[in-house]
Write a protein that binds this ligand. Structure first.
Ligand SMILES: Cc1cc2nc3c(=O)[nH]c(=O)nc-3n(C[C@H](O)[C@H](O)[C@H](O)COP(=O)(O)OP(=O)(O)OC[C@H]3O[C@@H](n4cnc5c(N)ncnc54)[C@H](O)[C@@H]3O)c2cc1C
Length: 461
């Protein structure tokens, strides 16, 4: 049977796109977590028709199929946990249509996120969702994870820009969900359901995405604080003061030092926390907003606050923020990045809880994140090869999640559940809700072949 299906795959796609050698499959057995699962075969697909035929074949033989974009995912979503076919989407990378009147762009799922904005820059337009990984992540992966980004506070996340999706259902039909109109209430909002479905309900092949005019001007502000609490209070007060900044990012002392070690851009290593803030819009309006931001920093005991002096300095600061995770990951053998998210009003309490947990377990935790969204990335720097460290890490993660839920928050603001957070699902969702999700999954995928083993709650294990 196995040889049959490999031969049949080679008839659907060019044989050179069916990868079976151990060495090559190995390179597809990882993503951006520390985990590893080996697919039985890797298939690089070119169009929806090929995927449709593969799904029909997979249903016939009951073979698991896992879609994979750029593998920048942080919850193990694109790992082939049950083996089978790994479907690589990155060759589906064409920009199909740009419509400046309707402010829409249609792209294939394997297009790199940053390329969407680059493709419309000449029309003075941009695509707002900007995950830190945007230079490598794909639009399909962004939709599947409902990716957020640095501009989430003002501009929202991926789902806010998905008008319609072309997808292949697990049973092989090619369908379109959603509409390319400003308004659409025709039936259930299935395009929205695909956002955050983590590649378990359909394989996204194409998407029509919303665009916005590039704001005419922007100002970046850099503020240093003695500790994370003062910085978190400032975040809360800026928004409460009526300013919705384009970005409002927080970085703690551990992360500042990691960035400085890596990039050497002259950040103050002695401070407890840094806020990176950007306001954008019409010149007069942003000057007034920047003024409120700076005054709010001052009323929260800021150590120093200033505007970026030049475009080069501004770009360097944002590059530094985007390098936070890679900088931290150089410190210890294992980097466990979490994604705790609370209502903004509770962020001071979350920051304090993370500090307490770090002290209790004597662990190094670097924290940074989209503070304006209440979305922090406490990043545990550890060595999981040492049993005692692994045990402490597990306990610390569980306590961070418990604290997050107790503060009215959620397990994941943007990285999804996948396999890394599945064991904690029970903390947040009730059994009836979980059953509802399972029932939705079985309607789409009666043979449970599309990305099986993901979002699987301990109720099921
Ligand atoms: C340095 C770094 C910074 C990051 N910053 C952010 C951030 O700011 N915000 C944020 O939200 N995330 C961030 N991430 C996480 C990650 O980049 C996002 O989750 C991204 O959306 C994953 O895209 P991908 O193409 O790499 O998908 P993959 O990792 O390949 O896959 C992710 C999930 O999507 C599914 N999938 C992929 N393509 C398809 C498709 N065509 N159809 C159906 N399912 C599909 C996979 O099965 C899997 O479940 C960051 C990651 C890194 C490494």
């Amino acid at each position: 049977m196995e040889n049959n299906y490999i031969c049949e795959l080679e008839q659907i796609v060019n044989p050179e796109n069916v990868i079976t050698s151990f060495e090559e499959r190995l390179t597809y057995s990882y993503d951006s977590t520390r985990l590893e699962y080996m697919p039985d075969v890797v298939v690089r697909v070119k169009n929806a028709e090929q995927i449709s035929q593969i799904m029909k074949l997979a249903n016939e033989y009951k073979i698991p199929v896992t879609p994979r974009g750029a593998a920048t995912g942080l919850s193990g979503g694109c790992l082939a946990v049950e083996g089978g076919i790994l479907l690589v989407m990155v060759d589906m990378n064409r920009i199909i249509d740009i419509n400046p009147v309707d402010l829409l762009i249609t792209v294939e799922a394997g297009v790199i996120t940053e390329k969407v904005s680059k493709a419309v820059e000449h029309l003075n337009l941009f695509y707002p969702p900007d995950p830190g990984s945007m230079k490598s992540s794909t639009i399909g992966g962004n939709i599947a994870e409902n990716a957020g980004g640095l501009r989430g506070l003002k501009y929202g996340v991926t789902k806010d820009y998905v008008n319609s999706i072309e997808a292949v259902l697990p049973t092989g039909e090619i369908v379109t969900m959603g509409a390319n109109t400003v308004k659409a209430v025709t039936g259930y909002n299935l395009a929205d359901l695909m956002c955050g479905s983590e590649g378990t309900l359909s394989i996204i092949t194409r998407a029509t995405l919303g665009l916005l005019p590039i704001p005419p001007d922007r100002v970046s502000i850099l503020a240093f604080f003695k500790d994370m609490t003062d910085a978190a209070k400032t975040v809360r007060d800026i928004v409460a003061g009526g300013v919705i900044t384009a970005t409002l990012e927080i970085v703690d002392n551990v992360t500042i030092n990691a960035i400085e070690d890596f990039l050497k851009i002259g950040l103050d290593r002695t401070v407890g926390a840094m806020l990176l803030i950007e306001v954008d819009g019409q010149k007069g309006a942003i000057e007034a907003e920047a003024d409120i931001v700076i005054r709010t920093c001052k009323s929260n005991s800021v150590l120093s606050v200033r505007q970026a002096k030049s475009v080069q300095e501004r770009d360097k600061l944002w590059e530094a923020r985007r390098a936070a995770l890679s900088s931290l990951s150089r410190i210890r053998p294992s980097t466990i990045l979490e994604d705790a998210t609370v209502p903004r009003s509770r962020m001071v309490e979350l920051v304090n809880a993370i500090n307490e947990i770090a002290k209790k377990y004597q662990m190094m935790i670097g924290t940074f994140g989209h503070a304006g969204d209440g979305n922090l990335h406490p990043t545990i720097l550890t060595d999981l090869r040492i049993a005692e460290e692994a045990k402490k890490t597990e306990k610390a993660i569980e306590e961070i999640f418990k604290a997050t839920i107790a503060l009215g928050g959620t397990l994941s603001g943007e990285h999804g559940i996948g396999i890394t957070k599945a064991q904690y699902l029970k903390l947040e969702i009730s059994k009836p809700v979980y059953n509802l999700m399972k029932n939705i999954k079985s309607v789409f995928d009666p043979n449970n072949i599309l990305n099986p083993g993901k979002m699987k709650c301990t109720w099921d294990i």
